[in-house]
Design a protein. Sequence first.
Length: 221
Amino acid sequence: MRDLLRQRAHFVRQHTSNVLSVQNIMVRNTGSRCRVKRLHELTKKELNGLLPEAEQAFAVTSSLAVLDGLGQQIKTLDKAVTQCLKHTPSYEQLLTVDGIGTILAQTIALETGHIGRFPSVGHSASYCRCVDRTKISNGKRKGKGNGKNGHPYLAWASMEAAQFAIRLNPRAQRFYQRKLAQSHNNTILARKSVAHKLSRACYYIMRDLVPFEAMQASGSE
């Protein structure tokens, strides 16, 4: 299932790349950018009228055919992964977190694996690349650790969850604004602080199999 989810992510990147390619062709030749929905609605006759060269219209129709195929495969993989995780307790509890939807919950559950392999919440947060790698000795900075340590998929999921949580959860928004002020408006650092909080919360949610609200009430965050 983890490999299927990674394959889905690969298809999504390909889909985005093709969309941008088609939009660039349209912008260069028409001066306007088409939305994705509009691109799929374009007929061959409309394309021939919009684009000056037949070869350009052919390039667009070829890309649109690829987009249709990728879209169908993405939906097929979505269905397979969702069906597999449908009654998985850790996955269902992750969905209670503001900012974590279906794809992020699937990524966190499958890429984390058995939560018992992490001795503590700190080890889990470090694996998600949410812990500062700076080495401090006697109050002085002595360098940085290996930035590639940890799990890239979990690092991505944590930062994405933080972005959505900042929009949806007033508590996360207040925490973000406080960290933003402390970091002199460094948005990346402030968002990573939120990601760190969420990664710790996800550890307790998966370990204790409790919803996000119950975990907050217990003070485990």
